[in-house]
Design a protein around this ligand. Structure first.
Ligand code: SAM
Length: 256
């Protein structure tokens, strides 16, 4: 098994954060993604899309999917809400505001929904979108406004979906498709969605025609399910973790 040592990520800014996000690994992962022969780039577990946003160039067709509705709507709304609406959003930290926004279930506009979701994502404990915690960046809005034009441009032709990963893999598979697969860590991360096992991920990928790169936690069941594929071990830190200094090994598995 090849081993890649720890190199700190530089932390290019992206507005959505997700537990298990690839902030610390993105530069190393992107280097392993093929640039030639790919017509369609798909992330069936998009989360905050750290890898997608780090790609050196767009592919002809691109798809971001996440089963979590809040994540799905953030991507969709970033595409459509105007910059002038985003300029008016107030990201001052407040527990009361957090609780008020969290209790909202109906929205008068995509801009209101985007504000609610970005605020909750920014000010929740390890970005779990559940309970208030003021770990937000003081420059959140400033950074958002600096990059929002570029981000909207980048997303203009990207298909945003809210489906189960299996359906998305079946739908987009072809010899010229590339999948970056970043499922919830097995037995460690819960997103309030159904548990996905390494066997589930294996079954969705075993017969595909396209190429895939899978990042997973270093669990014996993951190594067992993917024993016939190329596996690299890579050292990282857990993004979104309050014990962010502890380094851990992760696996990068591919069929190419
Ligand atoms: C490890 S995170 C992805 C992190 C992402 N790569 C980033 O950089 O932020 C896994 C994502 O899978 C989503 N997810 C969980 N179950 C899913 C399913 N059955 N189908 C599609 N997405 C799912 C979760 O909502 C979560 O956003």
């Amino acid at each position: 098994m090849e081993t890649i040592d720890l190199i700190e990520g530089e932390g290019i800014y992206a507005p959505i954060n997700r537990m298990g996000g690839k902030q610390y690994l993105k530069k190393r992962i992107v280097k392993l993604i093929p640039t030639e022969g790919v017509n369609t780039y798909v992330e069936p577990f998009a989360g905050g899309g750290k890898i997608f946003l780090e790609l050196p160039h767009p592919y002809p067709h691109e798809v971001l999917n996440d089963l979590d509705k809040m994540i799905y709507f953030m991507w969709k709304d970033i595409k459509q809400v105007g910059i002038s609406s985003i300029e008016k959003m107030d990201f001052t930290p407040s527990r009361e505001k957090f609780n008020h926004l969290k209790s909202m279930t109906k929205f008068s506009s995509p801009a209101q929904r985007l504000y609610r979701n970005l605020y909750i994502n920014q000010y929740s404990y390890i970005h779990n979108n559940l309970s208030y915690f003021n770990q937000g960046s003081l420059q959140y809005k400033e950074r958002l406004l600096k990059t929002i034009g570029k981000l909207k441009e980048r997303l203009a032709d990207v298909v945003i979906l809210n489906q189960d990963f299996r359906k998305v893999i079946r739908k987009y598979d072809s010899p010229t498709t590339f999948f970056y697969i970043d499922p919830p860590y097995f037995e460690t991360t819960g997103y309030g969605l159904d548990i996905i096992t390494p066997e589930d991920v294996y079954n969705s990928l075993k017969n595909i025609k396209g190429r895939f790169l899978l990042s997973y936690n270093n669990h014996p069941k993951v190594r067992k399910a993917f024993k016939d594929y190329k596996i690299k071990r890579i050292k990282t830190r857990h993004s979104g973790s309050l014990v962010g200094t502890t380094s851990v090994w992760e696996l990068l598995i591919s069929n190419y």
